[in-house]
Design a protein around this ligand. Structure first.
Ligand code: ATP
Ligand code: MG
Length: 482
């Protein structure tokens, strides 16, 4: 219980509440202080104005009717209820009229304003002293006049304001704390739920996802982004697992073959010629293994997106001509004619090395799979390499007149190590189309396998300006605003 509360108090929500509360309280204190001081000043101002006016009036009475008239007027005014104070004395400080009973000694000696204490005339010597604001005026003949106001009213007003301040501060603080507590608890609950889910995910259940409340607040956005990240991680993990399974499975066979061949050579070889032949076979087999590894690495490179850094602008038509030249002798050997159809320059942005490799793989396939048929029939067959621009895309295609790939297998053959049954007799590792497809995806395009009726037409569809910059998965505050 204690730690749960501690956790609550340590939340950002609660700390924010405290900061707001402090700022608000300081503001309230300032406001109330200002209000109280002004009230006090206003009261004093009013009192002094009234007292000054009264003294002027009383002096007038004295001038007209002498001390007798003054004492009469003061006597009558002193009898009225209220906070007004009056005193008229002889030069020897003996009281003549008024409602003030006692004053501190010497209080009447100096003319002018002062804050003083006093007792009313009807109060005894032991009763409490009151505070007053009073003005002393010396009349001709040595008589003294004091007019003042009791300050009790002012103090009471001040007290009222002070009390109001105290109470409202208490209420604000209590309500603020309760509010902060509730908000913090709500946030904490959701964060705890998230933590719980991430824990099960870390425990190995990669398919778990965070709950998105649907209110679209910052926690929802965070959960949403984390879920997207988890989707991506899951996809990557699945890919990784597939690759390692494939490698384990498909590289084991050639390695076993290599080993058996070496063993066989040791067992049966009779002379140097035999050993030499066996070693040559071993080297050949190793070369094909190395080639497979290289292809796998290149696919991984394309799929990880690292190769995006090497984008250059180049002429796709020129690349097609280069590949055509490279493969021409091989095609002729197989009884095929290789035609390149790319009359105009086609600017393309991309990784030239990888795109050329992908195109080579397609030409290699065309020669490999259309060649035997052409030779068997004795009819010359054409392989066409074509480069053309279409809207925002550049299309690099390789068409042949061979057996083609049945519709049902077209999706499958681009997967790693997939080879069709009828191609078992032709050497290959089943990675050529995988690389071509990975390269196309790296550039934000695709590999299309189409019916060439008869034969296969493989098309690399690539965006002319290279891949779009990667979408920012984390939405920032500014980006989410219209
Ligand atoms: N032009 C084509 N005509 C007929 N079948 C094809 C053609 N291209 C590919 N295929 C089929 O698709 C399969 C996969 O091709 P892919 O290029 O990926 O691998 P591969 O050619 O067998 O080996 P690798 O290219 O790695 O040496 C081939 O085994 C073949 O069965
Ligand atoms: Mg191939």
């Amino acid at each position: 219980m204690m730690t749960a509360l501690g956790k609550l108090f340590r939340t950002t929500a609660f700390k924010l509440t405290l900061v707001y509360l402090t700022v608000f309280a300081l503001f309230a204190i300032f406001l109330l202080g200002y209000f109280a001081l002004n009230t006090k000043r206003l009261f004093t101002e009013q009192a002094t104005d009234a007292v000054n006016a009264e003294i002027t009036g009383l002096v007038e009475h004295f001038n007209v009717g002498g001390i007798r008239r003054l004492t009469l007027v003061v006597e009558s005014r002193a009898r009225r209820p209220g906070s007004s104070l009056y005193l008229v004395t002889t030069p020897g400080s003996d009281g003549l009229a008024g409602n003030v009973g006692s004053l501190p000694t010497g209080a009447l000696d100096k003319q002018g304003w002062s804050e003083t204490v006093y007792r009313r005339i009807e109060e005894g010597e032991t009763s409490e002293l009151h505070r007053a604001l009073a003005r002393v005026y010396h009349l001709p003949g040595g008589f003294r006049l004091l007019v003042g106001r009791d300050l009790e009213e002012r103090e009471r007003l001040f007290q009222v304001v002070l009390d109001a301040g105290k109470w409202s501060a208490a209420v604000v603080i209590i309500l603020g704390l309760i509010g902060g507590f509730l908000v913090a608890r709500r946030v904490l609950r959701r964060v705890d739920a998230m933590t719980e889910t991430t824990r099960t995910i870390m425990g190995g259940n990669l398919s778990g996802r965070l709950l998105v409340g649907g209110s679209g607040d910052e926690l929802d956005r965070l959960a949403h982004n984390l879920n997207e990240m988890l989707d991506r991680i899951e996809a990557l993990m699945r890919g990784l697992k597939e690759v390692s399974d494939n490698i384990a499975h498909d590289l084991k066979t050639p390695l076993t073959r290599l080993r058996n061949r070496a063993e066989e050579a040791l067992r049966t070889s009779r002379g140097e010629a035999d050993y030499r032949a066996a070693l040559e076979g071993t080297i050949e087999e190793s070369d094909s293994l190395i080639k497979t590894f290289n292809a796998l690495l290149m696919i991984a490179r394309a799929e990880s997106g690292q190769a995006r850094d090497n984008m250059v602008d180049f002429d796709a038509a020129e690349a097609a001509h280069d590949i055509g030249e490279l493969y021409e002798p091989l095609a002729e050997e197989q009884g095929l004619t290789l035609e390149v159809d790319a009359p105009d320059a086609i600017p393309l942005r991309g990784n030239r090395e990888l795109i050329s490799q992908a195109l080579s793989n397609l030409v290699d396939n065309a020669i490999k799979y259309a060649g035997p048929e052409a030779r068997a029939n004795g009819t010359p067959s054409a392989v066409t390499v074509r480069a053309r621009a279409e809207g925002d895309h550049v299309l690099l295609s390789v068409g042949d007149r061979g057996p083609g790939i049945p519709e049902a297998d077209r999706k499958r053959v681009v997967e790693r190590f997939v080879r069709l049954e009828k191609s078992r007799t032709i050497p290959g590792s089943g990675l050529g189309l995988s690389l071509a497809s990975a390269v196309a995806r790296l550039h934000g395009g695709e590999l299309r396998l189409e019916d060439h009726a008869p034969g296969l037409c493989a098309v690399l569809v690539l965006p002319r300006n290279g891949p779009l910059p990667p979408a920012t998965p984390v939405q920032t505050e500014a980006a989410s605003r219209p």
